[in-house]
Design a binder for this molecule. Structure first.
Ligand SMILES: NC(=O)c1ccc[n+]([C@@H]2O[C@H](COP(=O)([O-])OP(=O)(O)OC[C@H]3O[C@@H](n4cnc5c(N)ncnc54)[C@H](OP(=O)(O)O)[C@@H]3O)[C@@H](O)[C@H]2O)c1
Length: 250
């Protein structure tokens, strides 16, 4: 059973992943900014869960994390880069630059820095697995997807390029790219309005955080010679919407 680090374990996918992996016998280090949520998870999951308050945009703390973990938690075999967010649904021309920067700092720089912090020990042991949460927004453009989608395209390509650099090692890298998923705080954070967030899922049967946790569990169950590069998953009620044309009337 492995020591697994899950970023963003205070809510949504990260929480469900932590719960599932502890139930499957792993030891999980869960990070996030909200200490109370992490403490509650520790009470729920017991000694197999180690809470670590961490803002992934704090470069110094991220770099120091591997050495500041308790000695028997330092050999992180699986890193799950899950912490991330979308802010706003406005068109690019109507979006706030601050929101764009926060998404880039969290979804791009945060993922790069956390990965860089744990890669050397994986290389040293020639053993490890990095799973990153992308999104269908990284593949399919939609109105208001602008910088969020671009950050998810970045992480998908980062994982593909990691695979290339890691060829010859026994370290694996995968991206999970979900579509519409309810049961998390994603839309509450994005829309900053709980009613509008609830409306996103009205009349739908979306993916759930448990579906994502199940996918992580399946990836970890595969034999060590198998690398799934990417998984794109949507609920049955969702499909890609096609191209748009702007036609002027005569
Ligand atoms: N839900 C969807 O429809 C969907 C679809 C595709 C992809 N995704 C991706 O899946 C991942 C998880 O999303 P979710 O739906 O589970 O969202 P969520 O419920 O809002 O959870 C996001 C998690 O990220 C953490 N986080 C955000 N900013 C952070 C920071 N600066 N430092 C540390 N932790 C931070 C949050 O913890 P704290 O606030 O406590 O720090 C929280 O635990 C994200 O990368 C998201 O982009 C979501």
């Amino acid at each position: 059973m492995a020591v697994i680090l899950v970023t963003g374990a205070t809510a949504g996918f990260g929480r469900a992943i932590a719960v599932r992996l502890v139930k499957e016998g792993h030891r999980v280090i869960g990070t996030g900014r909200r200490a109370d949520r992490l403490d509650a998870l520790r009470r729920e999951l017991g000694d197999a869960f180690l809470p670590q308050v961490l803002d992934v945009t704090d470069a110094g703390k991220v770099a120091a994390l591997p050495e500041t973990l308790p000695a028997d938690w330092r050999k992180v075999e699986v890193l799950i880069n899950n912490a991330g967010l979308a802010l706003g649904v406005g068109k690019a021309q109507d979006s706030k630059l601050e929101d764009w920067k926060t998404m880039i700092d969290t979804n791009v720089t945060g993922v790069v820095e956390v990965t860089r912090a744990f890669l050397p020990q994986m290389i040293e042991r020639n053993h490890g697995y990095i799973i990153t949460l992308g999104s269908i927004a990284g593949t399919y453009p939609y109105v208001g997807g602008n910088v969020y989608g671009a950050t998810k395209a970045f992480v998908a390509q980062f994982m593909r390029n990691l695979r290339t650099d890691l060829l010859g090692t026994r370290i694996r890298a995968s991206t999970i790219e979900p579509g519409l998923c309810g049961g998390s705080e994603f839309s509450n954070v994005r829309l900053r309005d709980n009613q509008k967030a609830a409306d996103v899922y009205k009349g739908t049967d979306p993916l759930t955080p448990e579906d994502i946790a199940g996918t992580v569990s399946w990836l970890l169950s595969l034999p060590p010679h198998v690398n799934i590069n990417a998984i794109e998953m949507m609920p049955v009620c969702q499909a890609a919407g096609g191209l748009a044309v702007d036609r002027k009337s005569d």
